[in-house]
Design a protein around this ligand. Sequence first.
Ligand code: KIV
Length: 267
Amino acid sequence: MQKRKTVLDIQRMKAEGEKIAMLTAYDYPFARLMDMEGIDMVLVGDSVGPVVAGYDHTLPVTMEEMIYHCRAVSRGLGQAFLVADMPFLSYQVDLREARLNAGRLIKEGGAQAVKLEGGENVADVVRTLADMDIPVVGHIGLTPQSIHRMGGYKVQGKQDQQARQLLRDARAVQDAGAFAIVLEGIPAGLAGQITAALDIPTIGIGAGVACDGQVLVIHDILGLCEKYSPKFVKRYADAASLIRQGIKGYIDEVKQGVFPGPEHSFS
Ligand code: KIV
């Protein structure tokens, strides 16, 4: 049987200077394919809301949706480390609910760690989960659950004062017991400073190359999200064209009475 990566592998990668490759996944087939290609970490992100369910943002995503997608992804993984996002309102109300919801993602979803957004303001949540032996990934900078406060998806930490706060947030999350942290949508120089200041691995998205690892949304790198394409996304394939070509071929053959042929029919 293949061995799943653990927190120790992820920490070792930072110590040895090996970059960490992370992608989001929301279902079994994608999870399986990325696992076979050797992805280190897989995130069942609450980006499932906009990317898969067609919501405008991540805020409507529920615990039930997260658990459903997490279970599917978990079944597709043989070696990668699985992280599940804590959706909006699953950890902000009180510590008891945070513990219960994080525990459900581990117990019912099959996740090995949970990720939650925020810095100094969520340090107590990070600590309480770490105390119950649930590995936690922090997430600071452009935090999509704060879209209404930020007034849109805007790069954070450009001003000195904001940058200093992000450094404090990163330290607070690490000191509270997080084993890794996502840095999203912040200037590359600041991400480099945070990475150098922390002992835990930083995983960047729109945060430059100095981070210990990178994470992107799978649909973005495959060109499956035709709606928008942020500057930090690199497209490695044009899967949308391939899929549309396949669908068109099927429609044409059905209309022409070419499919099903004798080889697809029973006598
Ligand atoms: O929900 C998500 O996909 C994320 C990102 C870091 C990719 O949180």
